[in-house]
Design a protein around this ligand. Structure first.
Ligand SMILES: C[S@@+](CC[C@H](N)C(=O)[O-])C[C@H]1O[C@@H](n2cnc3c(N)ncnc32)[C@H](O)[C@@H]1O
Length: 270
């Protein structure tokens, strides 16, 4: 009985406090101004009482929990944090490549459960620095919010949105995709949206799986396994990134297992 009530108290808050499908949606203003945004915005993840939700409209509501990736994470969100440490590497290098300052404003696209948040926030001043995490899986965002609340981070926003239609109405000093771009079919559009959210001089960093080019037959198996998990590995990332983003530093790792690509926005401020 006590076990059951403990289990309920752990599980229920996730559902009760992340009411994407049950909350009466409000349209329009979030904490920091108007947001023309698909989906749901959670402004200031802690304290909980400060949460505000905003939706763009009924059409967008249809997008919630519909893609295969969103459905995939309905289950995987629960086991993500204790399984992915074995396969998702090079986070430290990717965050280093963001070259953060204490007052940086950082955007992580496809932030998932927030596994990069701690390392990013370590480099930010709690008052001056700010982190915004975007994801379109409410199950993953629910986990991220739990983490934020447990740690008491006050300078983190969560936004529920599709990366290919991102329009936050602000720009950031640094943008990170960590193992998320390879799960987005229209990754070029997601990249273009991300680029538009980058301030002049800002850095965009992509950490993702490579093509396993030096893995022989094991590479084929790894790619097939990733494909079964909605991850595309055959894309010509370096070439396309250079076309889309201009000069890109590309750092492959472990025979093509993963890579970190970094680009700087060389546009001038208008
Ligand atoms: C492998 S997880 C990576 C999570 C986190 N960045 C990390 O490093 O652990 C990929 C994440 O990208 C999100 N994602 C995939 N496609 C997306 C899209 N079109 N828009 C927003 N998020 C997306 C998924 O919901 C998932 O949370």
């Amino acid at each position: 009985m006590r076990l059951a009530s403990r289990a309920c108290s752990r599980v229920l808050p996730t559902f009760l406090t992340f009411p994407a499908s049950h909350a009466r949606p409000t349209v329009g203003k979030c904490e920091r101004g108007n947001v023309q945004q698909r989906g749901l915005r959670l402004a200031r993840a802690a304290p909980r009482a400060g949460l505000r939700l905003a939706r763009a409209g009924p059409r967008e509501r249809l997008n919630v929990q519909q893609t295969p990736v969103q459905r995939y994470y309905r289950f995987h969100a629960a086991i993500y944090d204790w399984t992915r440490w074995a396969v998702l590497h090079r986070r430290k290098l990717a965050i280093q490549r963001l070259e953060l300052r204490p007052d940086s404003h950082v955007l992580e696209i496809g932030c998932g459960t927030g596994l990069n948040f701690g390392a990013i926030l370590k480099q930010l001043d709690p008052q001056a620095g700010r982190l915004t995490g975007v994801d379109f899986s409410r199950d993953m965002l629910g986990r991220a919010r739990g983490l934020i609340e447990r740690r008491g981070w006050l300078n983190v926003d969560l936004v529920s949105a599709d990366a290919t239609a991102l329009a936050l109405g602000e720009r950031f000093d640094a943008v990170l995709f960590a193992y998320s771009l390879s799960m987005i079919p229209d990754w070029e559009r997601a990249l273009a949206r991300a680029w538009d959210h980058l301030l002049p001089g800002g850095r965009l960093v992509i950490l993702d799986f490579g093509r396993f080019e030096r893995w022989g037959p094991a590479g084929w198996l790894a790619r097939a396994w990733l494909r079964a998990n909605h991850v595309a590995t055959g894309r010509a990332y370096p070439q396309r990134l250079a076309q889309v983003l201009g000069p890109v530093s590309y750092e492959p790792w472990l025979g093509g297992y993963a890579f970190v690509a970094t680009a700087r926005n060389l546009r001038r401020a208008n």
